[in-house]
Design a protein around this ligand. Structure first.
Ligand SMILES: Nc1ncnc2c1ncn2[C@@H]1O[C@H](COP(=O)(O)OP(=O)(O)OP(=O)(O)O)[C@@H](O)[C@H]1O
Ligand SMILES: [Mg+2]
Length: 389
């Protein structure tokens, strides 16, 4: 299936037909619309037709003998329809035309006579750049929430965040629990908390945000939770703004919602790629899990809520499928029951995943890999796109 949709704008009928054939011949793009006339004004009907094609790319052919209308069209398209990438097609023997096209807003300049290979290279350049931009600028949120108080949300959030930081870097942990415990688990002493970021929301950018965060040894950045329960809480929209600044800065944002069951946890759920609902494999916890799953999926996609069975040990006659059916959520991970190791880790402030090669560290590495596996799919897809040529 074609990846990119393309509009071809070329005055010369032969050139127009040829460009369509070349675009479709790349196998990664297809022509969705073609125009013979260059738009002259924003109100030009051609402009509306190009806009409604909703394409990824607009190819503008610049005739060597009269380049001006095409150059003006590039400028106009760039100003009025900023969505699609503009590719100019022209002669490399006319450097002035090339410069004007790029200044006017063309993203790429493709040599005439054009070939399938040069077009394919330009399409691959575009999709690679767009993917990089998405990956770099918009991070992903993973929210961790308890099915029932004390099930291990903070243990899971802290160790997941550390594992993501070790594997990919640029990770933050945000403590939205009513009383923040993440700093204790990490043995750090925050000077600021989420409340400080909230108070400065009107001027919060990446650098101010980082100044409110506490850096853990391996590079993980913590936005700590309150040291005392709060009477007044910021509004939903303010939390949305905070999370937006966070994903503009970090590749991964792990939210510890612990036992918080309010609009903020629902908001975090809506904005999250995956919500990890932590439960023990006992009747009361799985009963709660089913209700929490229902509560959190009321305004969104229920599949994003997944189950983490903490303090897991095999129970004869009770399978993983039974746990999934009881909780109404797919199983994302099983964290072994190791009370001594976990309690010592919290008491000493040396998180579990820093004690490498343990069964529990392997469980978190598996969880982090599962949560980021789609990104590898994207990379594989890009690789196959390169191989087509
Ligand atoms: N995998 C585990 N094996 C054994 N004990 C565990 C495990 N995970 C957590 N615990 C125990 O459970 C306790 C609570 O863990 P944690 O603080 O992560 O829970 P929580 O769900 O965040 O609690 P809260 O509801 O107060 O926010 C820990 O002090 C630890 O002793
Ligand atoms: Mg907690």
């Amino acid at each position: 299936m074609a990846e990119l949709s393309v509009v071809v704008v070329a005055h010369d009928p032969e050139q127009r037909t040829m460009l369509q054939v070349l675009v479709d011949g790349t196998n990664v793009a297809r022509t969705v619309h073609s125009c013979a006339n260059f738009p002259l004004a924003a109100s030009d009907p051609v402009m509306r037709r190009i806009q409604s094609a909703n394409a990824d790319v607009v190819l503008v052919d610049i005739p060597a003998d009269s380049p001006l209308p095409a150059l003006r069209a590039i400028e106009l398209l760039h100003q009025v329809i900023p969505g699609p990438a503009l590719f100019a097609i022209g002669s490399l023997n006319q450097p002035q035309v090339m410069v004007s096209a790029m200044r006017g807003g063309a993203r790429d300049f493709i040599e005439r006579p054009t070939t399938t290979t040069t077009l394919l290279e330009a399409f691959v350049r575009l999709s690679t750049a767009q993917r990089k931009q998405q990956e770099e600028v918009r991070g992903k949120i993973f929210t961790v929430v308890n099915a029932k108080g004390g099930s291990g949300s903070t243990t899971v959030a802290v160790n997941l965040a550390l594992t993501l930081q070790a594997a990919h870097g640029n990770t933050s942990l945000v403590d939205l629990a009513p009383l923040g415990h993440c700093a204790l688990h990490l043995n750090v002493k925050p000077l600021f908390t989420v409340a400080d970021a909230m108070r400065n929301l009107h001027r919060l950018d990446s650098s101010l945000l980082e100044s409110f965060m506490t850096r853990h040894g391996g590079g993980l950045q913590l936005l700590a939770g309150p040291g005392m329960p709060q009477v007044t809480e910021p509004a939903n929209t303010e939390y949305a703004k905070l999370l937006d600044v966070l994903i503009g800065h970090f590749r991964y944002v792990v939210v510890d919602a612990s036992t918080r069951m309010d609009a903020i946890t629902r908001l975090a759920t809506t904005l999250s790629q995956t919500v990890l609902m932590v439960a023990h494999a006992d009747v009361a916890c799985l009963w709660s899990a089913a209700r929490v799953q229902q509560y959190l999926s009321e305004n969104g996609n229920p599949d994003k809520i997944q189950l983490v069975l903490n303090r897991f040990r095999k129970i004869p006659g009770f399978s993983e499928a039974d746990a999934e059916a009881a909780a109404g959520a797919k199983l994302a991970a099983k964290i072994p029951n190791q009370y001594f190791a976990v309690s010592m880790a919290i008491d000493r402030g040396i998180p579990l995943v820093q004690q490498t090669h343990t069964e529990i560290a392997r469980a978190f590495i598996g969880l982090a890999a599962r949560l980021t596996e789609n990104e590898l799919d994207v990379k594989r897809k890009a690789w196959s796109l390169f191989k087509i040529s």
